[in-house]
Design a binder for this molecule. Structure first.
Ligand SMILES: Cc1ncc(COP(=O)(O)O)c(C=O)c1O
Ligand SMILES: N[C@@H](CCOP(=O)(O)O)C(=O)O
Length: 469
């Protein structure tokens, strides 16, 4: 399998090199040159497979040529054994033909574990073979950071730097990152917002001189391997509810457009999906694009769903690439206009196509809390605020009552006590056994100003097991 850049100018890479990259050298994101497509019979034959075996079937074409089947199977077996629930991603029924796919039974209680538990193992696999040491830089609004640290903490050849917006992640999220101590683990709190953190990571890919020749690797969803692993659970959910013989609808709490892009790919790979709903919080650039063809930057507002406090949405570029017939020059022009003006719109035909592919809704904090309360009162399921946004959008945008509607349950409510408290439900979620002492653990974190140079100097000074590069 070969991967090409959405801006058309960077060299095509194989899976191993794409995993060990971040942004392409032309600033684009990598996508498969040809998407695999499965027949309905093939998909149907996977019913009842354990999660790691289904993952092998779905992801095998993407890693072809880079990992022998036996090694990939072993890595997947180990990856999904780290999840608490025997189904790995169980479905919970909320109402008539209405479900939540619980993606928070991994070690850090969010959907990011599905890809980052795998990514850490894949990095170890390739880096040990190559005898190479790399630096990881990641930006987080709370969940990617802890999942990346947890996924990579035992990697022998990795130094990891995670940037989060200072005082804009929940206490549980922060502590899940800052209490993992190790000479190769570095948490940096940036005096800015998530977009500032993400921009610094992307700028570092564009200019890697400060790394003195050490390779820079991404753990955010700009890394193709993240998207690849997130495709699997769409198949897993559909197969449990009678797919592919019947089609499904999915509602996806959305920020960086990675998780829903994985659903869009699952549909293009042959899984019958009749509706995909983009559910945002009040930071609604994606909803403004889907509903009015205006992908315009706005002020980023802190919300009760902090992990989705994102304005510039990385994977939107991957969609633009498809909408523009995979023409990299057109995408490069659009992205350059967006960089200069903070605004982007597409021609009417392409926008109509985007609207055919996705429905969307923006949900504010009050409606988020209302939904947490209602769902808890009606069926005893306590939603986290991100999932609640998905459920709200599912209920408001649903097109057919006879099609199963599945909302991705992206995080465990215990990570967001503020929203749960505001929703005034009579239950306080408890941290699972492996995290009960989270608030007693020592924290380590460096606060830095919102300046790229300070961050790059910090990385250069600590990038070799805490010593200078
Ligand atoms: C809990 C949670 N829900 C939803 C999202 C949105 O996912 P994506 O960025 O892939 O759109 C994120 C992070 O971005 C998250 O942490
Ligand atoms: N919500 C994310 C933001 C980063 O998104 P990613 O999927 O591109 O890593 C977070 O919690 O960090």
């Amino acid at each position: 399998m070969r991967y090409i850049s959405t801006r058309g100018q960077a060299p095509a890479l194989n899976f191993e090199d794409v995993l060990l990259a971040g942004l392409a050298t032309d600033g684009g994101l990598y996508v498969p040159e040809n998407l695999p497509r499965f027949t309905q019979e093939e998909i149907a034959s996977w019913a009842g497979l354990p999660y790691h075996e289904l993952a092998f079937q779905v992801m095998r074409p993407f890693v072809a040529g880079s990992i022998p089947d036996a090694d990939f199977k072993q890595i997947l077996g180990e990856t999904y054994a780290a999840f608490e629930h025997k189904s790995v991603a169980p479905l919970r029924q909320l109402g008539a033909n209405e479900w939540v796919l619980e993606l928070f039974h991994g070690p850090t209680l969010a959907f990011k574990d599905f890809a980052l538990q795998l990514l850490g193992r894949l990095l170890d696999y390739f880096l040990l073979k190559r005898g190479e040491r790399v630096v990881i830089m990641g930006a987080t609004s709370g969940d990617t950071g802890s999942a990346a640290i947890e996924g990579c903490r035992r990697c022998e050849n990795v130094d990891i730097f995670i940037l989060h917006p200072h005082q804009r992640v929940s206490d549980v999220q922060r502590r899940q990152m800052t209490t993992i101590l190790g000479e190769n683990i570095h948490n940096i709190a940036i005096e800015g917002n998530f977009d500032d953190c993400q921009e610094m990571v992307k700028a570092s890919f564009a200019d890697q001189g400060f790394l003195k020749g050490t390779r820079l690797v991404a753990v955010n969803s700009i890394n193709w391997a993240r998207i690849m692993a997130q495709i699997v659970y769409y198949f897993h959910a559909a197969l449990q509810l009678g797919g592919p013989a019947r089609s499904m609808a999915f509602s996806v709490p959305t920020g960086n457009f990675g998780d829903i892009f994985a659903g869009y790919l699952a549909r293009n790979m042959g899984l019958p999906i009749s509706q995909l709903i983009v559910a945002t919080n009040r930071n609604d650039i994606l909803h403004r694009f889907m509903s009015g063809n205006q992908y315009d930057k706005d002020t980023l507002h802190p919300s009760l769903s902090p992990s989705m406090d994102i304005m510039v949405s990385s994977n939107f570029e991957r969609l633009l690439f498809d909408l523009h017939g995979r023409n990299g020059s057109l995408v490069a022009q659009l992205m350059s206009t967006f960089k200069e003006t903070g605004k982007l719109s597409v021609d009417n035909e392409r926008w109509t196509e985007a609207r055919r592919l996705f429905d969307s809704l923006a949900v504010d904090d009050d409606s988020t809390c209302e939904t947490i309360t209602k769902v808890y009162e009606d069926c005893g399921e306590l939603l986290d605020p991100h999932t609640a946004i998905g459920v709200r959008a599912a209920r408001e945008c649903r097109r057919s009552m006879s099609t199963p509607m599945i909302t991705l349950g992206t995080a465990h409510p215990v990570k967001f006590p503020e929203a749960v408290l505001k929703a005034a439900v009579d239950i306080e979620p408890e941290l699972p056994a492996h995290l009960t002492d989270l608030f007693d653990r020592e924290e380590r974190c460096t606060v830095l100003p919102n300046h790229l140079r300070d961050v790059q100097q910090f990385v250069a000074a600590h990038g070799n097991r805490g010593r200078p590069l």
